[in-house]
Ligand binder design. Structure first.
Ligand code: SF4
Length: 258
């Protein structure tokens, strides 16, 4: 059992923290996050249904009732299975949907949930279903903390060498399904570890400052010129009454969260 005093962090936390510390404070510490727009809520609900469908399929539970009421769900599943033969169950290969792993690092506990993990003798593949229409650029997805944390945690918590691990995203709602695969290496593993160490050291300092002296999380040095919103965060009371639109770089990051 993980120590209950550890601070739990997910890839979503890391993405927001690394891009915009003031927004991280606003959402997670000041609890001033805003609800998604209605059209985004519909999309999120469809995404949740797709994830449930894929989980039930892996557990060999009935999926007919889910498919019967949603033609798009049906066609997306059919197209995905055609495009990804590895999704057909193989009794000789271990696999699990919604596979959860945790990893502690200092005062923090990372939690990852893989939509599907396929573990062969010499190769492990993390699969992730993305249900928004427009896939992001591969370069941005490679840098996203979901990709980096998911690969890192499996490297740290399994017997696999980094070179034996890969992660594949399937974009199931973009017309015909598209995939992006990211291989992993020892060098990437070390780099991720270094960046996590720096990020957690910063977070520790910012949390102490915030809790002991009410000092706000700092802005990044390299984005203030291009961010039209950073002034909104300079006055905490104003920020409480304003729902600042999200700078484009953050919007892109949030797109790839679950
Ligand atoms: S300048 Fe904008 S994007 Fe950058 S840290 Fe500040 S609020 Fe966030």
């Amino acid at each position: 059992m993980p120590d209950p005093n550890l601070i739990r962090l997910s890839q979503s936390h890391l993405n927001l923290l690394s891009i915009c510390p003031p927004k991280f404070q606003q959402v997670y510490l000041d609890c001033l996050g805003s609800l998604p727009a209605p059209e985004k809520q519909d999309s999120m609900q469809w995404g949740n249904r797709f994830h449930l469908l894929m989980q039930q399929r892996e557990l060999t539970l009935p999926i007919e009732s889910l498919l019967a009421t949603d033609l798009e769900l049906h066609s997306s599943l059919t197209a995905l299975i055609q495009a990804a033969p590895e999704l057909e169950p193989d009794p000789h290969i271990w696999r699990e949907a919604e596979h959860c792993r945790t990893l502690s690092m200092g005062d923090f506990l990372f939690t990852v949930i893989y939509d599907l993990l396929i573990a062969k003798t010499n190769k492990a593949t993390i699969l992730d279903w993305k249900t928004y229409r427009q896939p992001p650029k591969s370069k941005n997805l490679a840098l996203n903390w979901q990709t980096r944390l998911y690969l890192y945690v499996l490297g740290e918590t399994s017997e696999y060498e980094p070179e034996q691990i890969q992660m594949t995203y399937w974009f199931v709602k973009s017309g015909s399904p598209k995939s992006m695969t990211f291989n992993y290496s020892q060098q990437q593993h070390l780099q991720t570890e270094q960046e996590l160490t720096v990020l957690l050291a910063d977070l520790t300092t910012w949390l102490q400052n915030y809790q002991q002296s009410q000092i706000d999380f700092p802005h990044q040095r390299d984005c203030q010129k291009t961010c039209p919103y950073h002034q909104l965060f300079s006055d905490k009371d104003r920020a409480a009454n304003i729902d600042p639109e999200i700078p484009p770089s953050i919007a892109e990051i949030e797109e790839v969260s679950i």
